[in-house]
Design a protein around this ligand. Structure first.
Ligand code: ZN
Length: 349
C-alpha cells in the first residue's frame, strides 16, 4: 500500500515517510514496514504471515506504480488514495471526488475469483458507492474473447459494452468500447486512449474462413464426443435439424452482444432450427422468439456479466433478438407485420 497511519493517527504517503518512525495499517492496526529503494516505488508492507484481510494481498510493483499514476491522472486534489471504509472493511485503490459525487476506483493487475469480485461490488453498492474497475496492461493481451473478459464487461449508453485499462508505460487509459462478438466469438470494437489515439479493433475474418472454423469445431466436437457439442447436436435432432447443416444465413450473424461464451453463429443456428419447424406462412411473434431463446439458453455458457444491471442484460438480449430478426427480414425469410410480429415467408437455408 502507498499510505499508512502515523502514531498520531494521521495518513501519510510512503514517499514522505521517515525511516525511524513507526507506521500502522489503518485496518488491522499492525505495524507495517516502510519499503523504499532505488528500484521500487515507496510503499508500506505488512510483516510476513499477516492475516490482515483488505490489505494482505501482496501488491506487485506494477500495481503500486499504476495506482500512483492513476491518482495523478485523475488529479491529486480530486483523489483520496487508499481510503479505508471501516463499515465495509474494504479499501478501494482510489476514491474520486467530483462535486458531491464519489466513485471508487479499483485497479486490478492480478486475477481475482469471481466470488471475491462480486463480494466487493456488493459491498460498494450497499454503501451507495459506484465502482470503476480499471485493468492492468497485462490484461490487454489476454482479452481476446468474451471468456476472458466476461466479469469485467460494463455497459453504458455512451460506450456500449466496454473495458478500461491503464498502461503504465504510456501513462494513459485505454478504453475498448462498443465491443461485440465476431463470428467465432472474439471481440470486435473500437479503442481510444486518454491521450487522443483512436483505432479500430476489427480483425476481419472472411465469412468463408469463419465457416471453415465453425465446421471444424463441430466435426472435432462430435468426433471426440465432447458433451457440449453432443448436446447441441441432440437439440438439432429433436427439432429435425442437423448441427452440420447450419443455414448459410447464420454465418452472417456477427457483431453480436457479448452475452454468451460462444460463437453467435451457433446461437443463430439453434434459433433457426427452432424457427424452421414452423410451416411457411406462420405468424411469428416476439414472444415465440423469446421462448426459443430461453429454451436454447441452457445449451450455452452465459457470460458472467456481473458489472451491469439486470435491466441492461434484458435490454441487451432484446437487441440481440432484434438483430437476428433484421437478418431474417433482410434475406426475405420474414415479412414485417408489426413491431412485434412477422410472417415466415421462407425457411432460412
Ligand atoms: Zn493490516
Amino acid at each position: 500500500m502507498l499510505t499508512a497511519q502515523t502514531e498520531q493517527d494521521s495518513r501519510i504517503k510512503a514517499s514522505e515517510a521517515q525511516r525511524q518512525q513507526s507506521y500502522f495499517c489503518p485496518s488491522c492496526r499492525e505495524q507495517v514496514i516502510l519499503k523504499r529503494g532505488t528500484r521500487m516505488i515507496a510503499h508500506f508492507a505488512h510483516r510476513a504471515h499477516s492475516t490482515c484481510r483488505p490489505f494482505s494481498e501482496s501488491e506487485s510493483q506494477a500495481h503500486l506504480v499504476g495506482k500512483w499514476q492513476l491518482a495523478e491522472y485523475f488529479g491529486v486534489s480530486n483523489v483520496e488514495l487508499e481510503p479505508y471504509i471501516q463499515t465495509l472493511a474494504q479499501r478501494p485503490d482510489l476514491l474520486l471526488k467530483r462535486n458531491d459525487r464519489q466513485l471508487a476506483v479499483e485497479y486490478q493487475c492480478s486475477s481475482i475469483p469471481i466470488s471475491r469480485l462480486q463480494q466487493r461490488n456488493q459491498g460498494y453498492s450497499s454503501y451507495g458507492l459506484s465502482v470503476l474497475w480499471i485493468l492492468g496492461e497485462n490484461y490487454l493481451q489476454k482479452m481476446v474473447s468474451v471468456r476472458h473478459a466476461e466479469k469485467w464487461l460494463q455497459y453504458s449508453e455512451r460506450l456500449g459494452w466496454y473495458l478500461i485499462f491503464w498502461q503504465t508505460r504510456q501513462q494513459c487509459l485505454i478504453i475498448w468500447h462498443h465491443l461485440s462478438l465476431d463470428g467465432v466469438g472474439n471481440f470486435r470494437g473500437w479503442a481510444k486512449t486518454s491521450n487522443g489515439n483512436q483505432y479500430n479493433q476489427q480483425n476481419q475474418m472472411s465469412v468463408k474462413a469463419i465457416e471453415k472454423h465453425i465446421q471444424r469445431q463441430i466435426q472435432y466436437g462430435l468426433y471426440y464426443r465432447i458433451p457440449k457439442w453432443l448436446k447441441l447436436q441432440q437439440f438439432c435432432y429433436e427439432h429435425h435439424g442437423l448441427l452440420q447443416d447450419i443455414p448459410a444465413i447464420c454465418y452472417q450473424f456477427k457483431d453480436a452482444e457479448p452475452l454468451i461464451c460462444e460463437s453467435p453463429i451457433i446461437w443463430a443456428a439453434l434459433m433457426t432450427v427452432s424457427l424452421a419447424e414452423k410451416p411457411v406462412g406462420s405468424l411469428i411473434k416476439q414472444l415465440d422468439l423469446e421462448k426459443w431463446a430461453a429454451k436454447i439458453s441452457i445449451y450455452f455458457e452465459g457470460a458472467q456479466l456481473i458489472q451491469c444491471t439486470t435491466q441492461q442484460l434484458v435490454d441487451s438480449w432484446g437487441r440481440q433478438l432484434m438483430q437476428y430478426v433484421r437478418l431474417l427480414v433482410q434475406h426475405g425469410c420474414l415479412k414485417v407485420l408489426s413491431k412485434k410480429s412477422w410472417q415466415l415467408v421462407a425457411i432460412p437455408h
